[in-house]
Write a protein that binds this ligand. Structure first.
Ligand SMILES: [Zn+2]
Length: 260
């Protein structure tokens, strides 16, 4: 699924719409509009408005308009953002690769002839007017060690479940999580509050580095562990057969030898 890295790539790809006026909106699938919004609400709120800026918190992309309305875009499991008719990311780790008109759930047209589409075969994403941003934790690109300790490294829940909890730190999905823990040498099933001060510091530094590296490499699927994420895959560092378990509700790969 698109993790915070993919959404940041989408956000940057949407640069051509900043400063431009929305001339029309197309919501062919009203089910995709969340929190009670209708196509009419959305049209009234956005048509004629100018895009002031785009932002992102975790996996949520935000488009701020000149009338103070913010349009939130969620990408679910298979959502992609396309500008004009070419996507910034050609391949997602999950979901169909093809682009079809029937999978366009939301479309904004602009005075510079650009169009922004949300393409989502599985319809698990959505459009939200003025989403409640306070429900999200600090973004994974910039969370401080102090906030990681306060919000994530607490309680006896599995560390991986905490890292995936968007209310605590926003943007981490399954691939970024496994890569970060593997790079950190910390087991995903450790209690979140069991890390030593050194491990806490290692985890924080490694998280920021991993996010930055994967972003520069073009996606959350570009980590060193990625090619071994299959049955009988091996640790790229020490050659141990990787353990495969469901942790935090997600299939997790980790090395039983060097992850302590
Ligand atoms: Zn290992």
């Amino acid at each position: 699924m698109p993790e915070g890295i993919e959404v940041e790539i989408y956000r940057q790809a949407a640069d051509p719409i900043v400063g431009h006026q929305i001339t029309s909106v197309d919501c062919p699938d009203e089910w995709f509009l969340k929190e009670g919004a209708t196509a009419e609400h959305v049209s009234d709120a956005v048509v004629g408005q100018r895009v002031e800026t785009t932002r992102r918190i975790g996996k949520l992309m935000l488009v701020d308009l000149s009338n103070g309305v913010t349009v939130g875009l969620r990408f679910g499991m298979t959502g992609r953002l396309l500008v004009d008719d070419s996507g910034p990311i050609d391949e997602l780790e999950y979901g169909p690769k093809a682009t079809k008109d029937e999978w366009v759930r939301f479309r904004l047209s602009f005075d510079n002839k650009r169009q922004l589409f949300l393409h989502d075969p599985r319809r698990l994403g959505g459009v939200i007017l003025d989403p409640d941003e306070s429900k999200l934790g600090d973004d994974m690109f910039s969370i401080t060690q102090e906030r990681l300790q306060e919000r994530v490294l607490v309680g006896t829940v599995a560390l991986k479940a905490r890292l995936l909890d968007q209310k605590r730190v926003a943007g981490i999905g399954n691939l970024i999580c496994d890569e970060t823990l593997w790079q950190s040498g910390i087991r995903p099933d450790r209690a979140a509050n069991s890390l030593t001060p050194t491990e806490q510091s290692t985890l924080h530094t490694t998280l920021l580095q991993t996010v930055e590296t994967l972003f520069k490499q073009g996606g959350s699927h570009t980590g060193e562990l990625q090619s071994e994420r299959h049955r009988a895959g091996h640790c790229p560092t020490d050659g141990t057969e990787l353990s495969r378990e469901k942790i935090g509700g997600r299939t997790t790969y980790y090395c039983d030898v060097h992850q302590k």
